[in-house]
Design a protein around this ligand. Structure first.
Ligand SMILES: [Fe+2]
Length: 157
């Protein structure tokens, strides 16, 4: 094996582990935003939104688990502490003073679209280094995020 090939083999997983951990932080952040919305939402669609936001939080929690365990499978350390999430998440601060269903729908819609875009970039990063299994995992997650985004934003029409 050439030296360059050796280096490539060593750096491929490390690059992807960083990508996965970055996505993990944003995913945990978003899961907490959905719970914040679940607890505080009010208005005429209360029950529908209260239940939808809980389902979103639970589905996204599953995605966080998939990301964390994949990074460990690649030889890394999953980074999911509160401090890491706070410093590494790509999402902005979720508003803590909103209650109206429409405001929560708009806030969650904005966050999940950032998360889905980051996940799509992760698919490209995994494909670029030839790790089609990680690309497949991220494709599954992105497909799920797109579906949840559709469920959320459909309340705006
Ligand atoms: Fe609850």
């Amino acid at each position: 094996m050439s030296f360059a090939h050796k280096i490539k083999k060593q750096t491929q997983p490390n690059t992807l582990i960083a990508v996965l951990n970055h996505l993990l932080a944003s995913t945990i952040d978003f899961k907490l935003s959905a719970k914040q919305a679940h607890w505080n939402v009010t208005g005429e669609n209360f029950i529908a939104l209260h239940e939808l936001f809980d389902e979103v939080s639970s589905k996204v929690d599953g995605y966080a688990d998939m990301l964390a365990e994949r990074s460990v499978q690649l030889g890394g350390t999953a980074q999911g502490t509160l401090q890491t999430v706070s410093s590494q998440s790509s999402l902005g601060d979720y508003p803590v003073d909103i209650h109206d269903g429409r405001e929560h729908v708009m806030a969650l819609s904005g966050e999940i679209s950032v998360l889905a875009d980051a996940s799509r970039q992760g698919i490209n990063a995994a494909s670029d280094v030839g790790d089609m299994v990680t690309a497949d995992l991220l494709t599954e997650i992105t497909r799920g995020l797109d579906k949840l985004h559709w469920f959320i934003r459909s309340h705006l029409v």
